[in-house]
Design a protein around this ligand. Structure first.
Ligand code: SF4
Ligand code: SF4
Length: 82
């Protein structure tokens, strides 16, 4: 399983700072950050710890099995970023 970031993300990078496995990108100093519409979780690196959820002010992050039906396309979008 992996957590999924959805389109309400405002790219404030709070989740990047909270993630123990460095699996959320692009980070503020990485290529493509300006163009990115949101940040994305690398499903291969996510350990399902949930640390990113409470720090997200826009409630954009969901466990895979709790992604709202209208946001299911973001599951593949997060994966496709990697
Ligand atoms: S904490 Fe939420 S709003 Fe901020 S970058 Fe992460 S997903 Fe986006
Ligand atoms: S659940 Fe944990 S490992 Fe996965 S993206 Fe969030 S903080 Fe990182």
């Amino acid at each position: 399983m992996a957590y999924v970031i959805t389109d309400d993300c405002t790219k404030d990078f709070h989740c990047v700072d909270a993630c123990p496995t460095d699996c959320i990108h692009p980070k503020a100093d990485e290529p493509g950050v300006e163009e990115a519409s949101q940040l994305f979780v690398d499903p291969e690196g996510c350990i399902d710890c949930g640390a990113c959820v409470p720090v997200c002010p826009s409630n954009s992050i969901f466990p895979l099995d709790e992604v709202p039906p209208e946001k299911e396309s973001y599951i593949e979008l997060n994966r496709a970023h990697y």
